[in-house]
Design a protein around this ligand. Structure first.
Ligand code: FAD
Ligand code: SF4
Length: 467
């Protein structure tokens, strides 16, 4: 299926200019561009895009409303399934979900669903969210963590009439959306804070600076605090390291710490006196979205920035758009390269990394070809800072402080498809269950668990009535 109208290109900040600032890279569509792009959608009777959306947004319907100029209706249709359209329109891997499945992509370019979702989400923010609270049904649910999983679960439960309270360990709400993903991809005040405000308008209460497992426990929430059920959306914030010599030198940091200092502690903003060391040359080890965010951030903070990745370009797990943007901004890529030692100077600071060249061997369990070391290929890269972006695992605190809560060997919470954990009345979803994944998968898990919590509370109520 082809479409005569080409996909409407999106305007972006000039690469040279943006590599030195933290303003948003992508400007998004204006009304005329969005309407033109919306006209490309065929409104398929069995839309493949919807089946490929983890939260099942009625994509052709919102696009049709947008095309007809009824933006409030477009926003309402999206709101049935997603409370974070401006966030998802910016960071979702649409190329492997809705857009990857769009019928127009078979012979040409798919509809720019993500950019259209972003346009509608931003319109809703600008025109004042029309969101209202549902009357309460007398039951209350505690949600641990205010990332996409927690926010999606809380929104759906609040819409069903539950009293919902989110407990968040940090002083700011949003999880990775505020402490991980950089401002130049996802503006915090203009977008994230305002979509969270709309969640609050549904009646969701949020308490920050509460570490569940320390300040309160899951047991006390279900006991003396009187919650009927608990949802755990605590994410996977514990960084992994390589276990190579020299990793404890000054100048080796995890991407999580580097990005948290930049985003949450405003290291990018001259008005803040945030301690952060960048030096002149930064090497980021890894090839995922987190690695791209770290390397582009280092570049913006003034360093010469390089990605070191042990497989080839084809295997890079980061979104294609992020890799493209990184290249445009002058990031260097050293592919098929693996660090074996971090080198230090006499003061205990990083002076470089020793690496080996890799070549691709047989496919591993994930289907990707495993990198193997090329004999006699050792070489050094001089640098002042090494940022490890090798993935993260869930923090073990909640499992350690909650009786009956089981985890797998990676430390992820054990939960069934509906999100029920091994402890009655406790549900979980998002990165805490899957390990590091995506915003939309976390939201999908939060929504699924909200349905399961609703069923659980109803069943409990009727069994109490019958006894
Ligand atoms: P999180 O977003 O991690 O939220 C968990 C929250 O729980 C946190 O706020 C944490 O403080 C809180 N918490 C933890 N323990 C406790 C406790 N004991 N008590 C109270 N609160 C607690 N995904 C994409 O789809 N696209 C991208 O472009 C993308 N880029 C990324 C870039 C970076 C730098 C990172 C780190 C991740 C990125 N991801 C991306 C992944 C995505 O952000 C995560 O998969 C998603 O945020 C997971 O949502 P979550 O709600 O499960 O957890
Ligand atoms: Fe429109 Fe593509 Fe979805 Fe069909 S698959 S409804 S063309 S967005």
């Amino acid at each position: 299926m082809a479409n005569k109208i080409p996909r409407v290109p999106v305007r972006e900040q000039n690469p040279e200019r943006r590599a030195a600032n933290f303003e948003e890279v992508c400007y998004g569509y204006d009304l005329q561009e969005a309407t033109m792009e919306a006209s490309r959608c065929l409104r398929c009777r069995n839309p493949r895009c919807v089946a490929a959306c983890p939260v099942g947004i009625r994509i052709p319907d919102f696009i049709a409303a947008l095309h007809a100029g009824d933006l409030q209706r477009a926003a309402d249709i999206i709101a049935e399934d997603s409370s974070l359209p401006s966030v998802c329109g910016r960071v979702c891997p649409q190329e492997s979900q809705c857009e990857g499945a769009c019928i127009l992509g078979i012979k040409g370019e798919p509809v720019a669903i993500g950019k259209l979702e972003r346009f509608v989400g931003d319109w809703k923010i600008e025109h004042g969210a029309k969101t209202s609270a549902t009357p309460r049904n007398g039951h209350k649910v505690a949600v641990i963590g205010s990332g996409p999983a927690g926010l999606a679960c809380a929104s759906d439960l609040a819409k069903m009439g539950y009293g919902v309270k989110i407990f968040e360990a940090l002083h700011q709400v949003g999880g990775v959306l505020v402490y991980g993903i950089p401002e130049f991809r996802l503006p915090k005040e203009r977008i994230v804070a305002r979509e969270i405000e709309a969640v609050k308008q549904l009646g969701v209460e949020i308490e920050t600076d509460v570490i569940v497992g320390r300040t309160v426990t899951v047991d006390s929430l279900l006991g003396e605090e009187g919650f009927d059920a608990v949802f755990i959306g605590s994410g996977a914030g514990l960084p992994r390291f390589m276990g190579i010599p020299g990793e404890n030198l000054n100048g080796v940091v995890s991407a999580n710490e580097f990005l948290t200092r930049t985003n949450l502690m405003h290291a990018y903003d001259e008005r803040y006196d945030t301690p952060i060391y960048v030096g002149q040359r930064v090497v980021v080890v890894g090839g995922g979205n987190v690695a791209m965010d770290a390397v582009r951030t280092a570049k913006r903070l003034g360093a010469e920035a390089t990605i070191v990745y042990r497989r080839s370009e084809k295997e890079l797990p980061a979104r294609a758009e992020e890799v493209h943007h990184a290249r445009e901004e002058g990031i260097a890529f050293r592919m098929l390269t693996n660090p074996v030692e971090v080198l230090g100077d006499e003061r205990g600071w990083v002076r470089g990394i020793r690496c080996v060249e890799m070549e691709l061997g047989e496919p591993d369990a994930s289907g990707r070809r495993s990198p193997v070391v090329k004999a006699g290929s050792e070489f050094e890269i001089a640098c002042d800072v090494v940022i490890m972006a090798l993935g993260t695992s869930p923090n073990p605190l909640l499992a350690a402080t909650t009786a009956g809560l089981e985890t797998d060997r990676r430390g992820c919470l054990t939960a069934d498809e509906a999100g029920a954990t091994t402890r009655e009345g406790v549900f979980a979803g998002g990165d805490a269950v899957t390990g590091a994944a995506t915003v939309i998968l976390a939201m999908g898990a939060g929504r699924t668990a909200a349905q399961a919590i609703d069923r659980y509370i109803h069943e409990k109520k009727s069994s109490l009535k019958n006894n």
